[in-house]
Design a protein around this ligand. Structure first.
Ligand SMILES: *Cc1c(COP(=O)(O)O)cnc(C)c1O
Length: 392
C-alpha cells in the first residue's frame, strides 16, 4: 500500500473504532468561560489551575519583553539562544522549587525526553509506574534502558521488582508522575524515596499537575511531602498551572550541569521564545509572592467535590483539582459530554485508549478562575444530565 492509502486506512479505522480525535477551535482567551462557535461555555477542560493563562500581569510581562528583546532567540541554547531572561527564569525556578539549580526546556514533554536518556542508558534499569505520562514512556524508550513497569502507586510491587534486581550493578531509576493526570491521585512519594534508598536507586518525579497545586505557594509534590533534598530529579511544566508553555528540571547543581552538557533538546533544539520566558518569569513571581490563587483553587475544589459526591457520583481516588466523574461505559460517557456541551458546559469525555477500556469518565478540571456561580451552574447541569441519562 502506498502512503496515501495507508493514511486513509488508518483514519477509516480510527473513525470506525470511535477513537478519531476532533479538535475544537477556541475563539477567546482561556478562562472560566471560553467561546466556541460564537457561543460561551463554562470551561472545565483546561489545566489553567490558577487562571494565569490570561492574567494581565503575565500578558504585560510578555509584551514588555517583546518590545525589549523581540520574539525568538533564533538559536539553540548553546549558541546564541541563552538570553539573560532564560538565565533569570532558571534561577527563579530553582529558588521556587528550593533546589540548587534548574534548566528549562521547550516543553514538559521535551523535558522528559531530554532527561531520562541523559541519566540512564543501555543495560540500566528503569522502574516506571504503569500509569505514567506518555512523555515519560517515550523518554524511557529513547534511553534504551530496560523498563520494568510496576502496578500503579503500588510500592509493594515496586519493592518486589527492585528486590529481584538487587544484586545488579547497573544504574536504577524510579520514575513517577507526581499527580496522575487522569485520576487526580497523588504518587506515594515518601514511600518511593524510602525504597530508592533501600535499593540505591535514583528518583525522578514529574510534577506537571502538582505545580501550582500542591505544597506551599504551589511549590509541588516534593514540598507537599516535605521531601526537599530527597528526590534526585524534579521535572515540571510551565504549560499547566503557570499558564504558559515550557518545561524544566530542578535538581542539584551537578545534575543540571550534566543536562546542560548532554541533554539533546538543549543542544539541538532552539531555545524557548522571549515572550514565553518573560511570561514564565512573571508567573513564578506571582506564585512566589502570594498563595491566594492556590487557596482559591483548593476552596473551589473542596466545594465542587463535596457537592458532586453528594449527588451520588463516583470520583475515584482523586485527591486534587482533577475530578474524574467515573461513568465507565464509553458510549454513555460520550453522550454525557455531548449533553453537557448542549447545556453550556465544556467537559470532555476521556475514553479508551487514553484510559483503559471500561474506565471512561468525564474529567472535570477545577480552576481558581471559576466563580461560585460558575461552579453552581456546572453542578446543576451535571446533575440534570445525570438524571436524564439515568446515571443517578
Ligand atoms: C502535561 C504533562 C506533560 C507535558 O507537558 P507539556 O509542557 O504540555 O509538554 C508531561 N508530564 C505530565 C505528567 C503531564 O501531565
Amino acid at each position: 500500500m502506498n502512503l496515501k492509502d495507508t493514511a486513509k486506512e488508518k483514519i477509516r479505522l480510527l473513525k470506525k473504532n470511535n477513537t478519531y480525535i476532533q479538535c475544537v477551535s477556541i475563539q477567546s482567551p482561556i478562562g472560566a468561560k471560553i467561546k466556541i462557535d460564537g457561543k460561551y461555555y463554562l470551561n472545565f477542560c483546561s489545566n489553567n489551575y490558577l487562571g494565569l493563562a490570561n492574567h494581565p500581569l503575565v500578558k504585560k510581562a510578555s509584551i514588555d519583553a517583546i518590545s525589549k528583546f523581540g520574539i525568538g532567540p533564533a538559536a539553540v541554547r548553546t549558541i546564541s539562544g541563552t538570553t539573560l531572561l532564560h538565565i533569570k527564569l532558571e534561577k527563579d525556578i530553582a529558588k521556587f522549587k528550593r533546589t540548587q539549580d534548574a534548566v528549562t526546556f521547550q516543553s514538559g514533554y521535551v523535558a522528559n525526553l531530554a532527561t531520562i536518556p541523559a541519566v540512564v542508558g543501555e543495560n540500566d534499569l528503569i522502574f516506571s509506574d504503569e500509569l505514567n505520562h506518555a512523555s515519560i514512556i517515550d523518554g524511557c524508550r529513547l534511553s534504551r534502558a530496560n523498563v520494568i513497569r510496576y502496578s500503579h502507586a503500588n510500592t509493594k510491587d515496586l519493592d518486589r521488582k527492585l528486590n529481584k534486581y538487587k544484586s545488579s550493578k547497573v544504574k536504577k531509576l524510579i520514575v513517577t508522575d507526581g499527580v496522575f493526570s487522569m485520576d487526580g491521585d497523588i504518587a506515594p512519594l515518601p514511600d518511593i524515596v524510602t525504597k530508592a534508598k533501600k535499593y540505591n536507586a535514583i528518583t525522578m518525579v514529574d510534577d506537571a499537575h502538582g505545580e501550582g497545586v500542591l505544597g506551599k505557594n504551589g511549590r509541588g509534590i516534593v514540598d507537599h511531602f516535605n521531601l526537599h533534598g530527597k528526590v534526585d530529579i524534579e521535572v515540571g511544566t510551565m504549560s499547566k498551572a503557570f499558564g504558559v508553555v515550557g518545561g524544566y528540571v530542578a535538581a542539584d547543581k551537578a545534575v543540571i550541569e550534566m543536562l546542560r552538557q548532554s541533554a539533546r533538546p538543549f543542544l539541538f533544539s532552539s531555545a524557548m521564545t522571549i515572550p514565553d520566558v518573560a511570561a514564565c518569569i512573571k508567573a513564578v513571581e506571582i506564585l512566589s509572592r502570594s498563595d491566594i490563587l492556590v487557596k482559591v483553587l483548593w476552596k473551589n475544589t473542596k466545594y465542587f467535590k463535596e457537592r458532586i459526591k453528594s449527588f451520588g457520583f463516583d470520583i475515584g481516588n482523586s485527591a486534587t483539582p482533577i475530578v474524574p466523574i467515573m461513568l465507565k461505559d464509553e458510549t454513555l460517557t460520550k453522550q454525557f459530554s455531548r449533553l453537557l456541551y448542549e447545556n453550556g458546559v465544556f467537559a470532555k469525555a476521556i475514553t479508551y485508549p487514553t484510559v483503559a477500556k471500561g474506565r471512561a469518565r468525564i474529567r472535570i478540571m477545577i480552576s481558581a478562575s471559576q466563580q461560585k456561580n460558575d461552579l453552581d451552574n456546572a453542578l446543576e447541569t451535571i446533575r440534570k444530565v445525570g438524571n436524564i441519562l439515568k446515571v443517578l
